[in-house]
Design a protein. Structure first.
Length: 183
């Protein structure tokens, strides 16, 4: 064997016996850096490509379920979800969203929010409300520029600090707002 042959990675032997899986699934190694699991129909179910940056895993399945007893943490450069139908986020606790850039929410239908109370605050600049038709405000009292101070926010909106792994971005507080001094 020459010196140049020793520096080359070993090539996959396409004739090597591969494990036989249940239900007609098969494992194949079409290239030395690629492992695939294919369905009986020949459709690709799982591929693992080993490249210089690290493994790249692709899963194609009828359904994909992940269950964790503890935390499930995803760290990535960009996160995208494309659902052909609905997306539901359900939490037994709170939901915190924190963006260092703009947040844009669009809907072809209506956007409805409901809570025990709601606060909308602009730290700098205006709060603009535009409607093609009427703008309706309905409340027990509608106060404009009234003496009542803005209530304490339900979450800590203090300046951001660098996060350590596992640290929540927004921390919910359970303190009641100070209502002293209201008449």
């Amino acid at each position: 064997m020459s010196e140049s042959d020793e520096s080359k990675p070993p090539q996959a032997d396409s004739t090597a016996a591969l494990p036989v899986l249940l239900h007609g699934y098969a494992v194949r190694v079409p290239q030395g850096d690629l492992i695939e699991v294919v369905a009986p129909s020949g459709e690709l179910c799982l591929s693992i490509r080993l490249d210089a940056a690290g493994p790249v895993v692709e899963v194609r399945a009828a359904a994909l379920r992940v269950a964790a007893q503890g935390d499930l943490v995803l760290n990535c450069d960009r996160f995208e979800v494309n659902a052909r139908q609905d997306i539901a986020l359900i939490s037994g606790g709170g939901i915190a969203q924190d963006a260092h850039g703009d947040v844009v929410i669009r809907a072809d239908g209506e956007i409805a929010t409901e809570a025990d109370g709601q606060q909308h605050r602009a730290r700098r600049g205006n709060v603009d409300i535009r409607a093609n038709d009427d703008v309706m405000l309905d409340g027990e009292r509608v106060m404009l520029n009234g003496p009542r101070a803005f209530a304490a926010p339900p979450v800590d909106l203090s300046p951001r600090r660098p996060l350590s792994p596992g640290q929540p971005v927004i921390v919910a507080t359970h303190e009641e707002p100070d209502t002293r001094g209201e008449g």
